[in-house]
Ligand binder design. Structure first.
Ligand code: FES
Length: 110
C-alpha cells in the first residue's frame, strides 16, 4: 500500500501534513488524525468538503473514487477536489476550510 503526504492549509495560515493511504480519502485520513474538515453528504453531491489543489494538476495528484457530481468540469480544471471522494496519487498541498466551497459559487449579493 502506497502512502502520500497531504498538506492541508487553512485560510488563517495554519497547516498540517498528514499521511494518506491510496485506499482512503483525504477526509478519512484527516478524521483518523483528529482533524475536523467540513463535510455533508460524503457522496460527492453537496460540495461541502471541497478543497483546492495548490500546486500540480489535480488529475496527477488525486483520483476521485466516483464522479464528483458537485463540481463542474471548469472547477476540476481549476484544481478543485471533493475531499470525501479524493485519494492521493502523489504528495500534495490542498487549501481546505469552508471558504473554499464558497469560491465555487458566484454571490449575486456582492
Ligand atoms: S461531503 Fe458532500 S460532496 Fe463531499
Amino acid at each position: 500500500m502506497t502512502n502520500h503526504d497531504a498538506t492541508l492549509e487553512w485560510p488563517d495560515g495554519r497547516s498540517r501534513t498528514i499521511e494518506v493511504r491510496e485506499d482512503e480519502t483525504i477526509l478519512e485520513a484527516a478524521e483518523r488524525n483528529d482533524i475536523g474538515l467540513p463535510f455533508g453528504c460524503r457522496t460527492g453531491a453537496c460540495g461541502t468538503c471541497t478543497g483546492r489543489l495548490l500546486e500540480g494538476a489535480a488529475d496527477d495528484a488525486l483520483a476521485h473514487r466516483r464522479r464528483p457530481r458537485a463540481l463542474k468540469d471548469r472547477h476540476l480544471a481549476d484544481g478543485y477536489v471533493l475531499l470525501c471522494l479524493a485519494s492521493p496519487r502523489a504528495d500534495c498541498r490542498i487549501a481546505v476550510g469552508s471558504s473554499v466551497h464558497t469560491e465555487l459559487v458566484d454571490n449575486p449579493w456582492k
